[in-house]
Design a protein around this ligand. Sequence first.
Ligand code: G1P
Length: 271
Amino acid sequence: MIKQAIIPLAGLGTRLLPLTSVFPKELLPINGKPGIEYILDECIEAGIKEIVFIISKKKKMVKDYFYNDKFYTNIIKKKKDPRIISEYKKIIKYKKMIKFVYQNKPLGTGDAVLKTKKYIKDKFFLMLLPDDLIVNQNCSKSMIKVHNRNRASVMASMNVKKNTVTRWGVYKLNKKLNKRDYLISDVVEKPSVKKAPSNKAVIGRYILPVSIFAKLSKQKPGKGGEIHITDAIQSLIYQKEKFIAHNFSGKYLDCGTMNGYIKSALEIAKL
Ligand code: G1P
């Protein structure tokens, strides 16, 4: 069973400036709720029991959001407002599940994953990239089902326009397992349009094997000088580790760019 999840949160959020100049992007509200809470609720509903946040010193506010007990208890003592009480209960529930590790230099998603090594207890764990919201269907839950059926790593997949492949990790798919699941034979981080093996993109949900840590600890920086998780996955695939691309049925919302963030709020308001 997949019981642990990790969430990289150390990114600077430059695509959302000026909103992120003092405020962490994960705490920005989307229809009255911080973006990170959508991700946490997806985890909880998928049966995750423990979540590791990878933050940086600059993102300390993310930790403060979950550790503001004195503030809440003082207000509740004075006001006894049922709405505040229930919000505080929710925060306590989240807090009990979360551990924090630090990535103070922005060396890439692969480096962020490596920071969680000492906390991961099982053979596989879930990773969610908080810029990627998926609504209408719990993508993590479906991926865990695929993992349980196949005892393999699983990654979320979505068709994208061919001229946008340079923005994504891109799959080369092999055998079709069923309508939504394919074995992956290669994955390339942000390829040129010419070199892209397909128009099927990696979306930010991954069920990864613990063998990824050994790969990451030896991995050299790739595109843009960063250590990419995609590169470590590629080398595991080349070693015959089984990875499945799951074509999820929910709706993808990109909260990491200004345009996407604005659209996400509108979409979620319609739900
Ligand atoms: C990251 C991954 C990329 C993936 C994308 C999904 O890129 O490196 O492979 O397709 O997330 O959102 P980033 O958004 O950090 O540039």
